[in-house]
Design a protein around this ligand. Structure first.
Ligand SMILES: [Zn+2]
Ligand SMILES: [Zn+2]
Length: 119
């Protein structure tokens, strides 16, 4: 019985630390604002989720799983936002959150002026 040889890498990973890539919304490609985690484990910003779901069928924009029942129930109860994740994101990336929350709708980077908007 060699119970001493564990995996040192696993022991060193701290659950509290969120990695940036795991907090990026697949829709707007920025850190989640008020993340909504669907039953299929896909996460989007609340705004992005509401904008990207097919309003008629309420499917996940990523995997097309139907989340209508789930979405209706949670929007009625006001529990769409994954509060735990949201709080952790605000703790880990306070500046990004502040920026996005305060400057909603404003373009962040004036230097990347490749006007490829409005396609
Ligand atoms: Zn988003
Ligand atoms: Zn999904």
């Amino acid at each position: 019985m060699h119970s001493r040889c564990g995996a040192p890498t696993l022991a060193m990973t701290k659950k509290a630390i969120l990695s940036w890539v795991h907090c990026l919304c697949p829709v707007c490609l920025e850190v989640f604002m008020e993340p909504v985690t669907l039953p299929c484990t896909h996460t989007f910003c609340k705004v992005c989720f509401l904008e990207s779901v097919d309003k008629a069928t309420l499917c996940c924009p990523m995997c097309r799983k139907r989340v209508s029942t789930w979405a209706r129930l949670h929007s009625r109860n006001n529990t769409l936002v994954n509060e735990t994740l949201w709080r952790r994101i605000q703790t880990c990336f306070p500046r990004q959150c502040e920026h996005r929350l305060s400057g909603q709708g404003e373009a962040e980077d004036p230097h990347s002026g490749n006007g490829s908007r409005g396609r």
